[in-house]
Ligand binder design. Structure first.
Ligand SMILES: [Zn+2]
Ligand SMILES: [Zn+2]
Length: 255
């Protein structure tokens, strides 16, 4: 059994194909998936998908790449997160790669999410790209360890992974770990203990080998587990079981 801890199946490319997507999850023993919010404008669709099936959940938050959208307040996030299908806050974090210019708004938005997570007791889904130093600094500043969470679609160094794990965070690997040129990330996956690890697709992006370049979907998360099993020299069942156990350990709202 496998769990996709991060997908965006509310995106328009999936609208017509959802029954097929759910069937392929079942065929590949992908038992659950967490549907991730990127802004408040589309959040109702994320919640609707999560409500449509027992094995789907939602997060609520505003992505750091979305500059021109409704800026959430702590109170607003806390209120939206009260829904029983909402098991996490995010995705949030820092991205200095995609978004140019002065990014004080990104840092402030990240702080708002951490405060909401601490208030609700729901863990954080953290996105960090080319911004690991500031991400970790703000996590420490705002006591993110009190909420816990996951560093999603991890592509940073082992030092960054270790710093996040020291704060009680999990590290989530996506299809990137299956790419031939992801040598450094493969080494990070070898070093991160199985009991601190989650797996994800981040679909529709980042389809794993052998589907690289195609539209990704939750059923493909099995290929991420297979690569991690290969790298660690353990069985794929062991990776599936450990990461599924970790998922329920972290997201207390998921049952
Ligand atoms: Zn992300
Ligand atoms: Zn995402």
């Amino acid at each position: 059994m496998y769990i996709d801890s991060h997908c965006h199946i509310n995106f328009p490319e999936f609208a017509e194909r959802l029954p097929e997507i759910f069937q392929r999850m079942q065929d590949n023993q992908v038992s659950h998936a967490l549907c991730i919010s990127v802004d408040l404008e589309t959040w109702p669709q994320v919640l609707a998908i999560a409500q449509s099936r027992d094995n789907l959940y939602a997060s609520v938050g505003v992505h750091p790449d979305y500059e021109d959208c409704t800026e959430p307040t702590v109170a607003q996030l806390v209120e939206l997160a009260a829904h029983p299908k909402v098991i996490a806050i995010g995705e949030t974090g820092m991205d200095y790669y995609r978004t140019p210019g002065p990014l004080e708004w990104q840092r402030e938005r990240f702080r708002v999410h951490i405060r909401a997570a601490r208030k609700t007791g729901k863990p954080l889904i953290i996105h960090t790209r080319s911004a690991s130093e500031d991400t970790l600094r703000i996590m420490r500043d705002e006591k993110a360890s009190e909420a816990g969470g996951v560093m999603h679609c991890f592509t940073e160094s082992l030092e960054v992974a270790q710093a996040a794990m020291d704060m009680g965070f999990y590290i989530s690997f996506s299809g990137i770990v299956t790419f031939k040129n992801a040598k450094q990330l493969k080494e990070v996956a070898q070093a991160v203990p199985l009991d601190r690890m989650l797996i994800e697709t981040d679909s529709p992006y980042l389809a794993p080998v052998p589907f690289r370049g195609k539209t990704n979907e939750p059923g493909f998360v099995k290929h991420v587990a297979e690569e991690i099993a290969r790298l660690k020299g353990v069985s794929v069942d062991e990776v599936g079981n450990a990461t599924s156990r970790n998922f329920f350990q972290l997201f207390k709202g998921a049952r």
